[in-house]
Write a protein that binds this ligand. Sequence first.
Ligand code: C5P
Length: 222
Amino acid sequence: PAFFQVAIDGPASAGKSTIAKILASNLHYVYVDTGAMYRAITVAAKKAGLSYEDEAGIKALLPKTSIEFKPGTPVQRVFLNGEEVTEEIRSTEITNNVSLVSSYAAVRSDMVDKQRKMTEENPVIMDGRDIGTTVLPDAQVKIFLVASVSERAERRYKENKEKGMTVDLETLKKEIEARDYKDSHREISPLTKASDAIEVDTTGVSIEEVVNTIQDLISKQQ
Ligand code: C5P
């Protein structure tokens, strides 16, 4: 690749976006949150009044759909056809239906094209499920980030609480497991560790330590 690429994949709530954002800011790379793109197209289906099961309807939306990122703190802002959807993409309804929408072939090929375009002019850190295996198979650094289900549910619980949402821990655990199952068992580019990815387990490890580990791996490749 002309510009440096870091691919971070892993199951839901393993800390990918937290880690990727810090690395991107430290290294002055562009951060691409591909999960936010799949979430945005799921919101597009909802706004169009389509059922999430309506594969043909959702496919027809794709050419009319624009997804943009704008800088913001603490989170990047996400715009769907010019309208801000930063919060809506994280709602429970969208979270529980995004795996179905992102299993559709037309959705995947459209998103993958958009994601590859984002690597043409800048070094990038991209996080998702299929970055190391499909989107950026030649990335110089590939990380597969994992953590125990209990720890991931606890992280999600804390995030929710900060936003004033209360979903009990058991429900969160079940939602995370269901999403991981769907993401790892779909037909097209399922969640899986690329053969040349380095697995980093974040269970019980501080954010700072994880960032340092990955930053060391990146500097070795530069
Ligand atoms: O990363 P995040 O949890 O926000 O992703 C939301 C969903 O989008 C995932 O559960 C998965 O269904 C889908 N996704 C995907 N491929 C990616 C990134 C996300 O299918 N590269």
